[in-house]
Write a protein that binds this ligand. Structure first.
Ligand code: EPU
Length: 339
């Protein structure tokens, strides 16, 4: 375990916001967590576990404890003719795990290539891309309760997964620290190629595509649209894609017959937030040091590395107002604000 005081979080959030944490604690084992849970200060203090901070916006300095996982084991739990099961530490870098799996020819998570962040955060956030969400592969989530020191395993059903949502995002479950995620991969993968851009690239280049081929193409698409967080600070998609009633979508379609949209099984329609923001003419827009990325309007950036959390939040609010005024649609941030 490592404990640091007055610690800059700049390297721990992909937006590159220079906020300070009163305490920054790195844990490397379950024993570390048990040790911490016996500490009264730890029990009472505000505490936020973070991964690589790829979905966080620090609005100001953080008064409390930031808890960082270095649980980095990848344990083979078992296999049969069809599947292989792994128990993966919450501190494993997600994309390293994806690469290891696709290198072995195992399938199921290749569409989630190059998503920044750690395994624990991926399970909380239910990361998704190109028609796949991580929950489809999650068998169980192993946790540690920071007040009661109890270890508890949540089955996938108990995790209440939905679009970019899980139980662990709800206030009542904030004290559960994710330690490991049990994931199931396919030995004979059936590739998910519903996303038109991906399907096109795959059919042009590969006659018998493998998960590794899909990974390569997903990486190429992402690199063409999304900024590399190591070069330009961002948190990926800043807003969730809003889901609207069919009537709202019909009204939208009258004005914009070619508006992209995804019909949902319940009759409602998901509209890409990126398109809404773009149509408001905001691509490339700047507000102080914060900006809207030129190649994908859903991505807010720390344009010159000097943006504060407040500036990014002000830009987000301005975008929400513009989209609301033009389309009557509310955009909900996907990024979590930390005060
Ligand atoms: N669009 C525009 N202008 C823009 C951006 C998008 O017109 O500036 C249009 C595109 O042409 C397309 C549609 O909006 O018709 C959707 O855009 P895209 O395919 O780029 O995907 P997205 O809806 O913007 C979502 C996820 C991404 C994920 C991609 C691919 C959310 C909030 N975002 O983006 O996830 O990689 O689909 O599956 O669901 C993330 O969560 O950080 C993330 C990057």
């Amino acid at each position: 375990m490592e404990i640091r005081q007055n610690y800059s979080l700049r390297a721990h959030n992909t937006l590159g916001i220079d906020a300070q944490a009163d305490w920054f604690i790195t844990y490397r084992s379950l024993e570390d967590l048990h040790l911490l849970a016996r500490d009264e200060y730890f029990q009472e203090c505000r505490c936020v576990p973070i991964g690589e901070g790829s979905n966080l916006l620090f609005l100001t300095n953080f008064h409390g404890i930031i808890l960082f996982s270095e649980l980095r084991s990848i344990e083979l739990l078992g296999e049969d003719d069809q599947h292989v099961d792994y128990l993966v530490g919450s501190g494993v870098h997600w994309d390293d795990f994806v690469q290891q799996m696709t290198d072995q020819g195992l399938g199921g998570i290749e569409n989630l290539s190059l998503i920044p962040g750690q395994v624990g955060a991926a399970a909380i956030q239910n990361i998704g891309a190109y028609g796949v969400e991580i929950y489809q592969r999650i068998q169980a989530v192993h946790t540690f309760h920071r007040r009661t020191a109890q270890e508890r395993i949540f089955t996938r059903d108990e995790c209440a997964y939905a679009y970019r949502h899980s139980l662990f995002k709800e206030p009542d479950y904030e004290d559960y620290i994710i330690t490991h995620v049990h994931l199931r991969l396919d030995k004979h993968p059936s590739l998910q190629l519903d996303y038109a851009d991906l399907r096109e690239r795959i059919t042009q280049r590969h006659s018998a595509p493998t998960p590794a081929d899909v990974r390569r193409e997903v990486i190429a698409i992402r690199e063409s649209k999304l900024p590399d967080p190591k070069v330009i600070g961002s948190a990926g998609s800043f807003f969730m894609n809003p889901v609207v009633e069919a009537s709202v979508y019909e009204a939208l379609r009258e004005q914009y017959p070619h508006a992209p949209h995804y019909p949902l099984p319940d009759g409602r329609v998901k509209v890409p937030a990126g398109w809404l923001i773009d149509t408001c003419g905001l691509k490339g827009y700047r507000l102080g040091h914060a900006g809207v990325y030129e190649r994908q309007a859903l991505v807010l950036i720390n344009a010159d590395g000097q943006a504060t959390g407040q500036e990014i939040a002000r830009l987000a609010e301005y975008i929400q107002q513009q989209v609301q005024a033009r389309f009557g649609i509310h955009l909900e941030p996907e990024v979590r604000y930390i005060v």
